[in-house]
Design a protein around this ligand. Sequence first.
Ligand code: ADP
Ligand code: MG
Length: 471
Amino acid sequence: MSEGENEEMGATGGIAASVSQDVDSPWARVCSKFKKEFGQQAYSTWLGQLGYNGLDGGTVELTAPTKFVRDWIQRNYGSRLMDFFHAEDKRVKSLSIRLAAKGAVPATPSQPVARAAAAEAPADANGGFGQQAALDPKYTFDSFVVGKSNELAYAAAKRIAESDEVAFNPLFLHGGVGLGKTHLMHAIAWEVKRRAPEKKVAYVSAEKFMFEFISAIRYKDTHAFKQRFRAADLLMVDDVQFIANKDSTQEEFFHTFNALIDNRCQLVITADRSPTDLEGIEERIVSRLGWGLVADIHPTDYELRLGILQSKAEQVPGVEVPVEVLEFLAKRIISNVRELEGALNRVMAYATLVGRPITMEMTRDVLQDLIRANDRKVTIDEIQRSVAEYYNLRLAEMLSQRRSRMIARPRQVAMYLSKQLTARSLPEIGRRFGGRDHTTVMHAVRKIEDLVKSDSQLDEDITRLTRLLAG
Ligand code: ADP
Ligand code: MG
């Protein structure tokens, strides 16, 4: 990889030696199996970078020095590691690799990595919130690239982080997987910590909230549980769709929620869908969730994808990624930002490992599977069919030259979605819509972009259709 990345690896390279000293530990045995199977080189480059923090209810807890190392290990060695751990302990059901905070990466190899991991949950330092999800140091406002699809969510998140007044409560962020919801939440937490360190910030996933609540009941300690969350100045609950159908957790969530709002505490909530689309969540909760500001993160468009790639490529000094490669990725990987990042990382890692500059050919080669998967995703045909069906029109009608609003609007929606969800050019889209001119398509795209700002029904239609099509 880059010089920067190498340095990081160098600095932490000795960790493995210190954690695996105990030859009899499960971790040491897993390491040695790994070496046997993948070789010493792969071990020191990858697994040797990790710290082992033990087992937490069936989950092996590991820490990685960088996101890159974490992703690489998960993607390439994750399932083998699971096998190894499972052979050690049948209770093992999953692996969790967290990031160690950058500043906390040990300067000397002998310092145990566990300490770095402990420093990583900054919310613990002042809030006494105990176990909660770690904040990723890379998820800041600075590293978030803003485009049309996420500008409202970004502005709202920023507003909350920068102001002491409760302007809207809760802030409800929703959007598909990998579009930056968690990133924005962490960014709020980092910014509040920087600006007002005395504030108690709690960040939890809804799953964790649920898990802790259930443990609290089991250990008859619900009082402490309540106190903990209700003492927050800012509570962020990520992925609330997970508490759907979990009645008692919902109940507690609702009470906590109300108590916090009454105390004028700021709440930020995310989900993969809008409050009204949350199924299995009680009506009164749904309605309260929608009381504040509901901000929707739409799927990325080409420009935003390119912007994100540029910014990520710049973050790794020393590796040149040709512009045509970035453009190619932005065009072809349209599913979500996480996959987009993963693709870029993979190409950069490959180039570093084989010691050759990145080329188009290499990119195609390394990403074959991903490109194929994304290719299959959405076609103009599918978009046309789904939109026609959604609006109860016949396909031929929608593609016809008729101009009545009833038909023209859905047609514009379909053109807009074709631009958003496929890599087709405007002239190509025009051709597929009964041989229309590219300016007509452009007009349609602008029109819809404009309308969704004021027309909430249309906005919802677009969201639903996008979800339907892009999964
Ligand atoms: P979600 O929580 O919505 O599923 P995440 O916040 O985990 O998505 O984002 C997935 C990945 O994509 C993260 O690595 C995140 O940093 C990155 N990402 C998403 N949107 C952006 C953006 N606008 N700018 C920079 N990175 C982004
Ligand atoms: Mg998330």
